[in-house]
Design a protein around this ligand. Sequence first.
Ligand SMILES: [Zn+2]
Length: 660
Amino acid sequence: MLRAKTPGALLALAAALGVSPAAAARPLTPPIASYEISCRLDPEKKTVTGTELLTWTNTTPHAVAALRLHLYLNAFRNTRSTFWRERESRHGGRKLAESWGSIELTRLALSSDGTDLLPTLRYLSPDDDNPDDRTVAEVTLPRPVGPSQSIVLNVDFVSRLPRVSVRSGYKGDFFLVAQWFPKVGVLEESGWNCHQYHASSEFFADFGDYDVTIEAPGRYKGKIGATGARVSERETSDGRVFVRFRQESVHDFAWTADPDFRVLRDIFREPGIGDVEILLFIQPEHLSQAERHFKAVKAALSGYGRVLGPYPYPTLTVVDPPWGARGAGGMEYPTFITAGTSLVAPSPLQDPEGVTVHEFGHQYFYGLLASNEFEEPWLDEGFNTYMTDRVLKATYGDDRSYVSVFGIRFPLGIDVHLPLDDNRRYFAHATDDPLGIPSWKYREGETYGALVYDKTALALATIERLVGTPAMDKALRLYADRWRFRHPRTRDFIAALSEITGKDTQWLFDRTFFSSGVVDYAVIEATSVPSEPPRGFFEKDGRLTLGPPAALARPRGYDSRVTVVRQGDIALPVEILLRFEGGHNYRSSWDGEARWKRFRVERGPRLLDAVVDPDEKILLDADRTNNGRRPEGDPRAASRWTARAVFWLQNLFDFATVAW
Ligand SMILES: [Zn+2]
């Protein structure tokens, strides 16, 4: 077992080097869990040895006599961890590279009187009772911490990093150090909310202030990036470098180090949105793509900021992991995102742009709106996927990342799924599970992706089209303003939307988010045949006469019939457009509740086609190829593919509000 160097020695060394405490910036929110950490990176042993001063405040109305800690890196401890078991069982048997990681506590003591808490430490598995998981620990306190009281702990730890496969680790001299320090759980009124590290889940933590000093060999000088602002960097005569970072009002801290990094800087300024220094830590072979990262980050800062309010931090650090470490890419930490790019990155693929915009978006949906990613992962991934798509479309246009062959668009594979253009992944898993279950309970890893990312984004885009974009934007802003620096739940967004629209919108979410049913409207019948004179007895001069009156006897126009059915379990309001020769269009709103609706037109113009949901508002519709039909026997009767192409041409979003 590794033993940490005494923490005092590290702190004394830092003091001797003149790394003086910087004047604290004013926090944006009162801190609940704050960390002062001094740590040393050993690039050969792949370890980070640290000493941590944890200041935690009980903000609940109840005293608490035990403290729970996340020890996330123990997910990589062995094949018995919950993370490893889930990864192997729910991810199609895809094997992870076996490289082990761990975090060990070598000291855990009350700062006030030195009481050693380590003997009381026990591991818990609140999510799955796995006796071998070591990612959550509890220690018993000698005295309860009362409401509004704070406690300060001295924690020494050794973190051993795995070769990067998922989120955190090393590749050669490159390090992405995340989920790396002992971290207190979130105390709620009902008790500790401290989940294990899962294969399909991210994290949850309280806001606080971070002050972190990292020691590394001299070759890392200028090549360490982290959450927050770099306060100082000093090199010692024996060739070691000490870099100190601070950030107030965040709920995590991650950092990266790579002697190969090229570090580029840019500034984003937009009144009312932010004044932000952007630092890009990029691999030298990707330098030619640096401008694309900057453009994407600025577009994201502006696009998200305009809808969700200003980005409140002075810095944003973007990390481009090296070849072979893409597992470290596409992750988000406060003021710090990992994007990543390929050596060859033709611009239509929007790699790196898609990932950069998406990961920046998490500064809102996870960073500022610190929802519980274990329990309601759609609040970060799904909401963010929806907004990523909007920002990408606004910045790069509608048709990015697709090739068009005979009117059919094929998505090109990129890291960020863009479900608003292609709901196939969602449809493939639509009935596996409802949304609304904790992140580790989805049947497969793919199910998690299809529902948490794609279905949520499709549902939100559908809701946007039903209530109108202005109402949606107002609701997003209300939610973002009201819950900034707090822990919102889904019900809080629903409340915001109901408040803005003046109508109870809960039912929309019950049907879309919290159901495994599918939406599928289809036109199953469309006919239009020349009208024939009616036959039988008709009244003429007060007597029944065989044959119709002259006015009806003349053949005129067409009789048309259209039947629209609800094939899915889920009902949503839809519109139906009947188009007739001569430019006569008939549009009807349907609440969509019944199983079918039929339209009949007699002696009218010839029906050209019938389309349900002509403006493509119901993006959740699982099969859009059955949404339109031309009358049978029409020589122009189209195959479903040409029909589909026609509807794409009509891809004009109508933001009119429909009644419900
Ligand atoms: Zn994401």
